[in-house]
Design a protein around this ligand. Structure first.
Ligand code: GTP
Ligand code: MG
Length: 203
């Protein structure tokens, strides 16, 4: 199948950091795509890779560093929202209690939200909090794309069965899961294609 993924992969983007918002967010005026995932999954790296920038989203060695919603305006066409990572504390119940209302408030109130990109580690089986998030997105009727990060850590022969199992464990179709690597720059064009399609922005 012919597609324009390779063109999208190398496109450069103008990025403006709007701010870091622990509380109320500014009103949404552009189509918005949010990024969510367990802490340390590679979310900030993926955002940087997609935008072709080194340090737009902070990359940390310490899990759970990104605590607020970080908003970026991209190409004056759309917004990226980097949501706080989840699952980093030793008491998952406690984290869930704080994270869930915050995220549900975000999902329920962003009028321009077009898609949520849920990042999961391709080396792990489906995790409960990822499943719960994906189930809430379905409930809210929000389009969901799963990005399986750190795919460079899996040998080519292992990928297909692992990705199939991951998709079914998360309750999404295999076509809604894109294998991704920030270090090897894989999956960039495919993710952009989905972002453009969901946001209705001209490529
Ligand atoms: P928090 O904001 O702390 O929740 O983490 P995050 O999900 O934003 O992850 P981050 O991008 O900071 O990356 C976490 C670690 O994974 C870092 O050590 C990265 O260098 C590493 N990492 C991220 N993406 C990849 C990838 O595609 N391949 C490999 N091998 N490592 C990666
Ligand atoms: Mg981060």
């Amino acid at each position: 199948m012919k597609d324009n993924s390779s063109k999208l992969r190398s496109r450069s983007h103008r990025v403006h950091f709007v701010g870091s918002f622990p509380g109320e967010l500014p009103a949404a005026k552009l189509p918005e795509v949010a990024f969510a995932g367990r802490s340390n999954v590679g979310k900030s790296s993926a955002i940087n890779t997609l935008l072709g920038q080194k340090g737009v989203a902070r990359v940390s060695q310490t899990p759970g560093r990104t605590q607020a919603v970080n908003l970026f305006r991209v190409d004056e066409q759309l917004m990226f929202a980097d949501l706080p990572g989840y699952g980093f504390a030793k008491v998952p119940q406690d984290v869930r209690q704080r994270w869930k209302p915050m995220i549900e408030n975000y999902l329920g109130s962003r009028s321009e939200l077009k898609m949520v990109v849920v990042l999961v580690d391709s080396r792990r089986t489906a995790q409960e909090m990822d499943q719960a998030l994906i189930a809430s997105l379905k409930e809210f009727g929000i389009r969901t794309l799963v990005v399986a990060t750190k795919i460079d850590k899996l040998s080519k022969s292992k990928r297909r069965p692992i990705l199939n199992k991951l998709a079914s464990g998360l309750g999404v179709g295999r076509g809604d899961l894109v294998p991704f690597s920030s270090t090897k720059r894989e999956g960039i064009g495919q993710v952009w294609r989905r972002i453009y399609a969901a946001s209705g922005v001209d490529q």
